[in-house]
Design a protein around this ligand. Structure first.
Ligand code: NAD
Length: 503
């Protein structure tokens, strides 16, 4: 059986705890255990931190152009091995190959942005701020930083974090999801092949215990987290209490608002892809549709039923499959419980995806597309994140009511509005209490030179992921005010007991 270990100081290492524990890694298509991942001990973390502390000094002192070259080579190596990485990713996650390739692509775009790090790190300079005085600012790395990532984007989300962290001169410790650990290990190997000095990037596998050790460790200066909201909030509290900088992205329940004037053909195609793609296991999925007005609701429902009928659920390597299995049987059970809850709460089960079995893959973690109508804001199944191929229709009478639903929801990751009216779209973009807004776009994940982050219980902390926000998160600013003798300095001054001014 394949064992996924840790990657410390440039090499694969097993846990120092010889009686150490392991977690199963499944093949969601067959339902079989395909590998076991070693769960690190605190001693393993100490080794990684010790290696990172030593390596970080030399890495930070390397000029940014050279660090950018390592990023560039890393990008080329990911492209070289892209198909293999996609297959590996798909085999543990269950997303179809084309979608796995998208996971890699969106991560690569962040690395491309980070290849410009010399430009991104350029500080400000004010010449002659006072007599003989110049003021300049620089961005310096924090030291050793850590990232903790979820199962659903095993390539993209580690790259969101490691790109800006490494390019700006930090050493990085990644704690990936124990459910999809293999791609992060390949990333570590490719970074080494790209010329990253040993110890600058380390991977520690494990669960809650090792996350808590990371949060408490004084040598780790910042933690970037992406995962579910309760964990995100706990990580934010514990990490900041330990004096760290923490950004913690959480769960989501994104609303797709359909106005009566929307182009329904395009809108339905967009909604179906965003609701069911990747089996709904995306924090930017669209699990809630809010049609405005009765006629819109009826038309949307009818077309959704038709579109769902044409969907193909298949194994993740099937090129014709629209989506594959969910990640584990435990996760499938959780989603099924939410469907049951929605029915008990009084929503109408229009399409029931439970009980789907694929010939030859009867033990796989498959779940058909589910559609629920007449869902109301009072229902728990609406208020909570389901994270599966389940779409809920919440009917609204007006645009204000629909936008209010998205604004009042506990989550505020993404939202999409489908309309032909520019004025409605403009007002909605300004007013809605959500961090990432789509207009006639179902999954508004910002491009790599903007940044990613939700509001309310979808994001804890002050900086977003990647883009300049990522650079700011992984650096701190130093401002130097200097005076040198010269013709503009003026006569030497005596003692002064007042706050210095440069007037
Ligand atoms: P998760 O919260 O279960 O796990 C995320 C990470 O935290 C993993 O590395 C896991 O090992 C660790 N972890 C789990 N429980 C922990 C605990 N009690 N204490 C400390 N660490 C713990 O999330 P997941 O199931 O892997 O991923 C799905 C969730 O992530 C969904 O809620 C989804 O919306 C969210 N997500 C959010 C974004 C975003 O950018 N906002 C992106 C992707 C996924």
């Amino acid at each position: 059986m394949k064992i996924v270990e840790h990657f410390i100081n440039g090499a694969h290492v097993g846990s120092t705890d010889t009686a150490g524990s392991f977690a199963d890694v499944f093949d969601p298509n067959s339902g079989n255990v395909q590998a076991r991942v070693s769960l690190a001990s605190v001693e393993d973390l100490e080794h990684a931190i010790a290696a990172a502390q030593i390596a970080q000094i030399g890495w930070a002192n390397m000029n940014p152009q050279r660090r950018a070259r390592v990023m560039f080579r890393f990008k080329e190596l990911i492209e070289r091995d892209r198909a293999e990485l996609g297959r590996l990713l798909s085999s543990e996650h269950g997303k179809v190959l084309a979608d796995a390739d998208g996971d890699i692509q969106r991560g690569l775009e962040v690395i491309e942005f980070c290849c410009g790090v010399p430009q991104l790190l350029k500080g400000d300079y004010s010449f002659g701020a006072g007599p003989g005085i110049d003021v300049w600012s620089i961005r310096q790395p924090l030291g050793v930083v850590a990232g903790i990532t979820p199962f659903n984007f095993p390539a993209m989300i580690p790259m969101w974090m490691l790109g800006p962290a490494l390019a700006t001169g930090n050493a990085f410790i990644l704690k990936p999801s124990e459910r999809t650990p293999s791609v992060p290990m390949r990333i570590a190997e490719l970074l080494t092949e790209a010329g990253l000095p040993d110890g600058v990037f380390n991977v520690i596998n494990g669960g809650k215990e090792i996350v808590e050790a990371i949060l408490d460790h004084p040598a780790i200066k910042a933690v970037s987290f992406v995962g579910s909201s309760d964990v995100a909030q706990a990580i934010y509290s514990r990490g900041t209490a330990a004096g760290k900088r923490v950004q913690a992205m959480g769960g989501a329940k994104n609303h797709g608002i359909v106005m009566p004037d929307a182009d329904l053909d395009q809108t339905i195609a967009d909604i179906v892809g965003a609701a069911y793609g990747s089996a709904g296991e995306r924090c930017m999925a669209l699990p809630v549709i809010v049609p405005v007005g009765r006629a819109t609701a009826e038309a949307v429902r009818e077309r959704l039923v038709d579109a769902i009928d044409k969907l193909k659920v298949g194994i993740s390597t099937d090129p014709d499959a629209d989506y594959g299995p969910v990640v584990t049987s435990a996760h499938r059970e959780r989603v099924e419980q939410y469907i049951e809850m929605a029915v008990t709460e009084g929503s109408e089960l229009v399409v029931d995806g439970r009980g789907l079995s694929l010939q030859g893959y009867e033990a796989g973690f498959f779940l058909g597309p589910t559609l629920l109508d007449h869902v109301t804001p009072a229902m728990k199944s609406y208020q909570e994140e389901i994270f599966g191929p389940v779409l809920q229709i919440v009917r609204a009478e007006s645009a204000e009511e629909a936008i209010g639903l998205a604004s009042r929801h506990q989550y505020g990751n993404g939202v999409a509005l489908f309309t032909r009216d520019g004025g409605t779209a403009r007002d909605y973009a300004a007013d809605v209490e959500v961090g990432m807004v789509g207009i006639n776009l179902p999954i508004p994940v910002p491009v790599a030179y903007h940044s990613f982050g939700g509001w309310k219980r979808s994001g804890f902390g002050d900086h977003n992921q990647y883009g300049m926000e990522g650079v700011r998160f992984f650096t701190r600013t130093k401002v130097v005010t200097q005076r040198w003798p010269g013709k503009t300095r003026g006569a030497p001054a005596g003692n002064s007991f007042v706050i210095p001014t440069l007037d």
